[in-house]
Design a protein around this ligand. Structure first.
Ligand code: TRP
Length: 444
């Protein structure tokens, strides 16, 4: 029997569908069936959208290099929302990717005015320890770093600044004449965070996925644009041919591209002054359109690298839903009652759960009659997002709630116990992680 898990699909789904249409985010539904063993967030539609994840999927399946990268601003306590990003990084590392986690201390300092010392303290104690406790591995090619200490990233940020101008960046982030220059720099730092796993020092261009909440999409879009702008060629699929358009590419580079394309035998190569078309493309080695386009792009990227260019592949992204706050509305770091921190006292966390807003009705009688509304319940969400591995169990709980058999009191007690247990174990693992900080090159 196939489990159809969608009781939570209803949560704010309208808002998310809008994202698809208005911003060009693709639905994750196209990707899901192609994954052999998807992460529970994927299976449960918590990860609902993506940009260009196909590139990462192909690399994953062909055992080719790929990476995962995301960042945390050390401006407050890490909560279950941040843990989602951590788990997504770790999952991709387990799938064979190089993993990069940035502690965005330049951003926190520039935008929130947090001292460097505080950034270090929060970075380690709130984020890095949990990341390691949850399973981030010290592997060759994987890095946890503070932005300010990563010279390669900072050099790239400076370089990217040549491709972005004030009007454009202001339009995206609402900058004005009053905006600090460091604030603008931190935007370039974030783009450099995202692109630097593709530098030669980190084994060169490769698909990179950035797991984030949908609010971070403007950064992703800007960075994808910057990646295109740093290229010397634009490789595109037109109806039935592939166009390779030079962007101020030198004559030598154009020549090299023409020869390399002719060698592939992918189709008929026609050279014009500033562009090359490959027509009559055949299905060589079973490659069709998307994959063929990708393999031609990789070929061109190789040439760009040989000519001292970056050859960036536009980064991919995946987007997860936000959890509802325990007090209703958004879960927020600045509202302690709305979230549970990963370092929270387990007993206190259990109490927050007991006080949380549920999908229950006004009175017990009404709830018995009408049943509860799990899709509006912050407690049920905790189970779906974090506290149950078992899809079948969730379906049963959902049914019992809707039919009025299961009351909020019982449910809260159950979830409070689970969260207490989870936090106890997590916090123990964090203490063990503290001993291992040197393995990750983190100096206290
Ligand atoms: N700006 C992000 C935040 O506010 C943090 C961040 C910094 C980030 N660099 C990143 C996120 C790179 C994703 C990728 O939380």
């Amino acid at each position: 029997m196939e489990l159809k898990l969608d009781p939570w699909g209803a949560v704010h789904v309208d808002d998310y569908t809008k994202l698809f249409e208005e911003f060009g985010i693709s639905s994750f539904d196209d990707i899901l069936p192609k994954l052999k063993d998807p992460h529970p967030y994927m299976r449960r539609k918590i990860i609902f959208g993506h940009r260009n994840y196909d590139s990462v999927l192909r690399a994953m399946q062909k055992h080719e290099p790929f990476a995962v990268m995301s960042g945390f601003m050390p401006s407050g306590r890490a909560h279950f929302g941040h843990m989602m990003v951590m788990n997504e990084i770790i999952w991709h590392q387990q799938q064979g990717g190089d993993a990069f986690a940035a502690i965005a201390n330049m951003e926190a300092h520039a935008v929130r005015g947090i001292s460097w010392e505080m950034c270090k303290n929060l970075g380690i104690n709130e984020y890095i320890l949990s990341l390691i406790a949850l399973g981030f591995q010290p592997k060759e090619g994987s890095h946890i770093y503070f932005q300010s200490e990563n010279c390669k990233m900072r050099d790239l940020a400076f370089e990217l600044g040549r491709e972005a101008n004030f009007s454009e960046v202001s339009a995206i982030y609402g900058f004005s004449g009053e905006t600090h220059i460091s604030h603008m720099e931190s935007v370039m730092a974030q783009s450099a965070d995202i692109l630097h796993p593709q530098l030669q020092e980190f084994s060169g261009p490769k698909p990179v996925v950035i797991p984030v909440g949908a609010d971070q999409d403007p950064h992703i879009k800007l960075t994808r644009d910057l990646a295109y702008r740093m290229r010397k060629f634009l490789v595109e699929l037109r109806n039935d041919y592939i166009s390779i358009r030079g962007k101020a590419a030198s004559p030598e580079l154009m020549q090299a591209a023409e020869s390399a394309l002719k060698e592939t035998g992918y189709g008929k190569v026609k050279r014009y002054e500033e562009h090359i078309d490959v027509t009559e493309i055949h299905d060589k080695d079973g490659l069709v359109s998307g994959a063929l386009l990708e393999s031609i792009d990789r070929l061109i990227i190789k040439l760009e690298l040989e000519h001292g260019q970056y050859g960036f592949i536009p980064p991919a992204s995946i987007y997860h839903r936000f959890m509802t706050g325990l007090t209703g509305g958004k879960m927020s770091s600045s509202k302690p009652e709305s979230h549970i921190a990963l370092t929270e006292d387990p007993k206190g966390a259990a109490k927050k759960i007991m006080r949380a807003i549920t999908g229950g009705r006004q009175s017990l009688a009404e709830q018995k009659k009408l049943g509860g509304e799990p899709e509006k319940c912050s407690i049920y969400e905790f189970l779906v997002f974090h506290l149950s591995d078992d899809d079948k169990e969730l379906l049963e709980l959902d049914a019992q709630c809707r039919s009025g058999q299961r009351m909020c009191g019982t449910c809260k007690k159950d979830v409070a116990e689970r969260i207490e247990r989870f936090l106890r174990e997590h916090q123990k693992a964090r203490e063990a992680a503290r001993e291992r900080l040197p393995e990750f090159g983190i100096k206290i």
